[in-house]
Design a protein around this ligand. Structure first.
Ligand SMILES: O=C(O)CCC(=O)C(=O)O
Length: 266
């Protein structure tokens, strides 16, 4: 077990993994992303697995509101390891579950999902403050399971193009209320004014300032499913911020608590 990973994830809720993917592996991931983009190229509407960007309101809101989106321009994709098995092969070849994830959680993880987070220039929308565990599938037992995610930058992730930001230590404070709308079920009509689920500003803890985590291509950040995180819109004209994340179920780390957080007073 890597003591540094364990200590930093335990204390801060996240740890950088510089140079996690060397040149050849990074090339494999980029090629897998191209295959995924090919699958989405002709899509004109979002679905549960492929969410397209929409200028102005962002891909998630456009999807839920039934508004127009940009053909083939992905905001994010879900279950990418099932759509393109190469993603699974890469994480297996690096033994992320038994290496860094086990180092963070104390025992190996099981891959339960993988995502593309595309954030293209100009139109790449924000991902608001949230805790991943708030979106865990019903099979997750709050007493038994935790989540550890490894988020890998495929291009430079900077403050300008929307790198991840974390509130250090927020994973120790419990579960924050998420406001906004749940995703429509298949067949449900569009919902005017739908808002992506998030933790409202007035409920954010005032215990620490947010920390931005810029990353070089091939570097990663690993984080606990209870840590509050977000990403800003991509405000650049031509700097995509493409990333993939691998999500592992782990035995619930003993230091986390699943009770409702004590909320900050505005
Ligand atoms: O990449 C992003 O912009 C958001 C990623 C995220 O929220 C996550 O991996 O849980």
């Amino acid at each position: 077990m890597d003591d540094t990973h364990y200590r930093e994830v335990r204390e801060n809720g996240f740890v950088r993994l510089p140079g996690l993917m060397a040149g050849g592996t990074l090339a494999r991931l980029k090629s897998a992303v191209s295959d995924l983009e090919d699958l989405a190229r002709d899509r004109t509407v979002s679905s549960g697995d492929f969410i397209l960007e929409a200028p102005g309101i962002g891909g998630w809101a456009a999807w839920q509101q039934g508004a127009r989106a940009l053909t083939g321009v992905l905001r994010s994709a879900d279950r990418i390891h099932e759509h393109v098995p190469e993603f699974d092969a890469v994480q297996r070849s690096l033994d992320l579950a038994g290496g860094p994830v086990a180092g963070a959680a104390g025992s190996p993880g099981t891959l339960v999902n993988a995502f593309l987070w595309a954030k293209p220039p100009v139109v790449g929308s924000a991902k608001p403050w949230h805790q991943d565990i708030a979106f865990a599938p019903p099979s997750f037992g709050p007493e038994e399971h935790g989540i550890v995610t490894i988020w890998v930058a495929l291009e430079p992730a900077t403050e300008r193009n929307g790198c991840l930001q974390f509130i250090p230590g927020s994973h120790l404070l419990g579960l924050f209320p998420h406001t906004g709308d749940r995703e429509r079920l298949p067949g449900e009509p569009p919902r005017a004014g739908a808002v992506e689920p998030h933790v409202a500003d007035e409920h954010l803890p005032r215990t620490a300032e947010p920390v931005a985590v810029p990353l070089e291509p091939g570097s990663a950040v690993m984080f606990d499913g209870l840590v509050l995180h977000r990403s800003a819109p991509n405000t650049t004209a031509a700097e995509p911020r493409t990333a993939v994340s691998f999500v592992y179920q782990v035995p619930r780390p003993s230091w986390t608590r699943m009770e409702p957080a004590v909320l900050a007073r505005p």
